[in-house]
Design a protein around this ligand. Sequence first.
Ligand code: SF4
Length: 238
Amino acid sequence: MRYIEKLPDPPGEAALVGTFAHRVLEVLMDLDPTERTVDTARAIAADQWPQMADDNDFLALGFNEAEARSFRWKSWNAIEGLWAIEDPRNVNVEATEQRVQTELGSVPFSGVVDRLEREADGLVVSDYKSGKAPSPRYRESRLDQVLLYAAAVHASTGEMPVRARLLYLGDRHVATDVTNAALDSAVGRLGDTWSAIQTACSTDSFAPTTGPLCGWCPYLDRCTEGQEAVAARPAAGR
Ligand code: SF4
């Protein structure tokens, strides 16, 4: 619906909280390590807020004053959550918001790596997440994103990262070693997805895939299968 039908897909509150937290952490991590304190983060958040308050996506949420205050608190909780998982003064940042564009297997790939850092044993690819860390069942699929970033960094720079990790703000790290086998598996799954997309496009067949997130899907009112999936999960709230 987003890419083929090109229907609007306005980001919801949770996505915008993540966007704002990312922006503040990017500015923070670009500073000298000694300046990366909670007080500095608070000052950066205050400095960045007018830009977010004027953003069309934020305005589209139609928040009143109390809801806007709640949004700022949620954003601040995500930002301050960085200190629950690391001391940012000890991070040796090589780059933030690094764009990578390459081919993985035969699949065109582009993305933005939140953070590249240098540790004693090599380069580490990190990506901030403002949600909860996944249960073991979903761990591997969530790590595919950072493994693909690691493969793209390797393809672009020639240096193979040693680790890829997701930084769940306020929660914990979820990390994996970057090995040839791990990259081959992630790139293989990307190739499978790419083939499935090509088949769907050539046959004009796009079967809905329902799941626990249907209740938050912006296209729910157009999707009978999603509505049925939501109705079958009364305990999930939507
Ligand atoms: S409601 Fe669920 S199945 Fe339907 S389009 Fe959205 S995510 Fe896909």
